[in-house]
Structures are given as C-alpha cells and as structure tokens.
Design a protein around this ligand. Structure first.
Ligand code: AMP
Length: 217
C-alpha cells in the first residue's frame, strides 16, 4: 500500500520515477498532465479547455484539475494506493486533495520532492522528444534515439510545452504556485526531498532510500 505524491519542477523526471514506483508498489500512476493530454487528443470539451492553458505554459484552473482528480480517485483500482505525478501543483489543489482523502478516511504516506536546478531543467526540456505512437521519452543529447526514431519505429515529436519560452513560463509557474507546497507538506510532516540530478537510476535509488527511511520511522 502506498499513497504518494511526486512533486518537482517540470522536467525533474517525475513521470519517469512515477512509472518505476507504480510498477514496484503495484499501484496506479496518476498523471494529470497525461490525463489532460489524453483529453486533448480525444478532442473532448475538457481537452479543448485544457489545451489553451497547456500550450501557453499556464496551469489549468484548480476547479477543472480537482474535478478530474476526484473522479480518478473514485475508481476502484485506487483502493491499493496511487502515485500522483504532477498533482497537486497549487495550495488549493493540495487542500482539495486532503479533503478528498479525508472524506474516504485515507492519508498520504509521503510527498517526494525531486529537486533540480532551473538551468538543468531548461537543457532537459528543450532536447526532450516523445514518441507519437508509444509515448516513450527520449533526449537528443542525454538519451538519443537510435537512428532518430523511437525503438518502436514511431515518429518523435517535441511537446508544444517543451519549447524554450514555454519552459521558462512553466518554471515561473512552478516557483510561484507550486513551490509553496514544500512548506505546506513539510508542516504536515510528509515532505521528503531528493536530489534529482543525474540519470533516472541514480534518482530512483535516492527516492527508494528516502521512502525506506520514512517507512521505518
Ligand atoms: P505535465 O505533463 O505534468 O508537465 O503537465 C503538462 C501541462 O498540463 C502543465 O503545464 C499544465 O498546463 C497542465 N497540468 C498538469 N497537471 C496540472 C495540475 N495539477 N494543475 C494545473 N495544470 C496542470
């Protein structure tokens, strides 16, 4: 059983870590970014609304975001726990989450902050490429795709929100709106800070160690 929030700036590697943790703990990976991208791809009303904010590097409004998360947390597979990735991103979202969990008599086990300096995040984002077919993530410099295409043969694309100006905008949204969550979760005794520099395996070990220490507290 594990109820975890992964937080960190855009490009910190939350998604990559979430996939590994979800497998290890056998709990669903819930990414609001993925949910919004799926809605955009499906052309739903939610997608149309979310897209305006995403393309501009802004946050989707709290009520919309809380709505999809509440719905997701009501699904039966969440009974075993969850890894929340990219949510909450604002104080109102965090208190909305606390409320939703309280209503179901549940509590978070930990909030893992993956810490990476801004300069590194910009480098990571502008080189990131995503497979149009399978969603696998590559990097032109740090994890180059063999032969320029995904290993599944799919075409690689740059996410609209990974362009340089949008990345800067997302970073300032992070500093202004999401960083205050550090204090919020620290005061609840839930915050675990992990150094996010280096490759995915190194970061994974640090996350796992931090969670192990927290479990044996
Ligand atoms: P991500 O894949 O987590 O970086 O999310 C991509 C984009 O989706 C963000 O830049 C936001 O526009 C939107 N988004 C994802 N999660 C949230 C959230 N919790 N609150 C508001 N907007 C979000």
């Amino acid at each position: 059983m594990m109820r975890l929030v992964l937080m960190g700036p855009p490009g910190a590697g939350k998604g990559t870590q979430a996939v590994g943790l979800s497998r290890e703990y056998g709990v669903p990976h819930i990414s609001t970014g993925d949910m919004f991208r799926a809605a955009v791809a499906a052309g739903s009303q939610l997608g149309l609304e979310a897209r305006r904010y995403m393309d501009a590097g802004d946050l989707v409004p709290d009520e919309v975001t809380l709505g999809i998360v509440r719905e997701r947390l009501a699904q039966p597979d969440v009974a075993s726990g969850f890894i929340l990735d990219g949510f909450p991103r604002t104080i109102p979202q965090a208190s909305g989450l606390q409320e939703a969990l309280r209503d179901s008599n549940l509590q978070l086990d930990a909030v893992v902050l993956i810490d990476v300096p801004d300069a590194e995040l910009v480098k990571r984002a502008v080189g990131r490429r995503v497979c149009r077919e399978c969603g696998r993530v590559w990097h032109v410099e740090f994890n180059p795709p063999p032969g320029g295409a995904c290993s599944c043969g799919g075409e690689l694309i740059q996410r609209d929100d990974d362009r340089a100006e949008t990345v800067m905008k997302r970073l300032s949204a992070y500093h202004e709106q999401t960083e205050p969550l550090k204090g919020y979760y620290a005061s609840l005794g839930l915050l675990l800070s992990v150094d996010g520099m280096g490759g995915p395996e190194a970061v994974h070990r640090r996350v796992f160690d931090a969670l192990g220490r927290c479990n044996s507290r």
